[in-house]
Design a protein around this ligand. Structure first.
Ligand code: FAD
Length: 367
């Protein structure tokens, strides 16, 4: 980090996402905590990489949550437990769900993405927001206990959907409940290697997870999932892991957004329309787009911290260069995992141990 006197402007961080926890840690270490406020609707921020492990019973709530209030206290940062409901970039004010408003000199947004379901679908259980998924998981457990669950569908066969399906299968083992995976694409994890897909298809068969690809869900009603082409599938409950949308209130802010409503930033993570605003993680729309994945939010953390600091000391900003190829570790919830990178996939117990080590190291940094 650069050495100079920081401008004493208030810095507001919206959201305790994967990038902001690193910003709090680093700027706290630089002694800048006193001028920073972190706003989050919940004190505990989940680390998504460990959510499947929580579902399968491997990790407790505390294992995969960062205590934002404690992190802020250590860094000398103020913590406000409420959600942002609006931003007025002209007045440099954030409106909060608590009814208060908060002025800023510099603002950074890392509020993630929201569940995005097809129009007209309102039932079922969404995995997002992850922060409150633990409550919805308890609802699933209650249905299972009361014998009201014989078939559970996971809709969305991206990485999250596949991992959640294996994890739920594990969680519900021995109760006579079928888990089915349903998705629009012809194959699971279409963005990853063919090798991964073959391994996943084989492992799903072995685990007894029925797979329904090329099933574009348009409705869930009367115990049936309905596909666009009219096919139907009887299920008792649905867990949605389908693609993510942008937080709706951003549309009213006047910030420059992409066609999906995410905040457009330049390569330094600075908002294209407002130079005193940064955005990172899922909510940011990068000049060279990448999938909405935590791995990018995590990698943006140090660059975002550096650039917020540089803005405060009037130094030029550094670019964030996203990886063109990135490692994905897919847990099968049975002590094994698949590693996928450069078009190659490997399955093994050591991969699960490796994933556990990476995830634990991330969490340890914020304890
Ligand atoms: C089941 C599942 C498994 C996944 N596994 C992986 C994985 O293994 N690897 C991977 O790379 N990605 C994974 N992902 C994707 C990953 O979850 C996201 O890409 C990642 O969490 C994005 O990080 P973020 O910092 O943008 O936001 P988030 O981690 O979503 O954090 C945003 C924070 O902002 C807060 N917030 C929301 N709205 C407001 C508001 N209005 N005001 C203030 N605060 C607000 C939220 O409470 C939250 O704490 C997974 C996703 C799911 C659903």
């Amino acid at each position: 980090m650069t050495e100079a006197h920081a401008k004493p402007v208030p810095v507001v961080l919206l959201g305790g996402g994967h990038a902001h926890v690193e910003v709090v840690r680093r700027l706290g270490e630089l002694g800048l905590g006193a001028q920073i406020t972190l706003v989050s609707p919940a004190r505990h921020a989940p680390y998504s990489g460990m959510l499947p492990g929580h579902i399968s019973g491997e990790y407790s709530f505390d294992d995969f949550h960062i205590d934002l209030a404690a992190l802020c206290t250590r860094a000398g940062v103020s913590f406000l437990e409420t959600a942002a409901t609006g931003i007025d970039p002209e007045g440099r004010v954030v409106s909060l769900a608590s009814g208060e408003s908060l002025g800023y000199g510099l603002l950074s947004i890392d509020i993630g993405s929201t569940p995005s379901l097809s129009e007209g679908i309102s039932s079922g259980i969404s995995v997002k927001p992850i922060a409150s998924f633990a409550d919805r998981l308890a609802r699933l457990d209650a249905l299972a206990r009361e014998g009201q669950l014989s078939t559970l569908a996971v809709v969305g066969q991206g990485l999250a959907g596949v991992e959640v399906a294996f994890a739920l299968k594990r969680r519900l083992e021995g109760r006579g409940i079928s888990v089915v995976l349903v998705g629009r694409a012809a194959e699971p994890v279409p963005e990853r290697s063919r090798w991964s897909r073959r391994l996943l298809e084989r492992e799903m068969r072995k685990a007894g997870i029925a797979h329904h690809p090329a099933f574009d869900v348009v409705a869930f009603r009367d115990g049936e999932l309905v596909a666009r082409d009219g096919r139907k599938l009887s299920v008792d409950e649905v867990v949605w892991t389908t693609s993510s949308g942008a937080p709706a209130f951003l549309r009213e802010t006047g910030l420059q957004l992409d066609e999906k409503g995410f905040v457009r930033v330049d390569e330094t993570l600075r908002c294209l329309s407002h130079s005193e605003i940064f955005a990172a993680g899922d909510v940011a729309s990068l000049p060279s787009p990448r999938p909405k994945a935590g791995v990018f939010a995590v990698r943006q953390g140090p660059v975002l911290a550096e650039n917020i600091h540089r803005s405060l000391v009037d130094k030029s900003l550094e670019p964030y260069r996203p990886q063109s190829s990135w490692l994905v570790l897919i847990s099968l919830a049975d002590g094994r995992a698949i590693a996928d990178k450069w078009g190659i996939a490997i399955l093994g117990r050591w991969v699960a141990l490796w994933k556990h080590r990476i995830d634990s190291r991330f969490m340890q940094r914020y304890r």
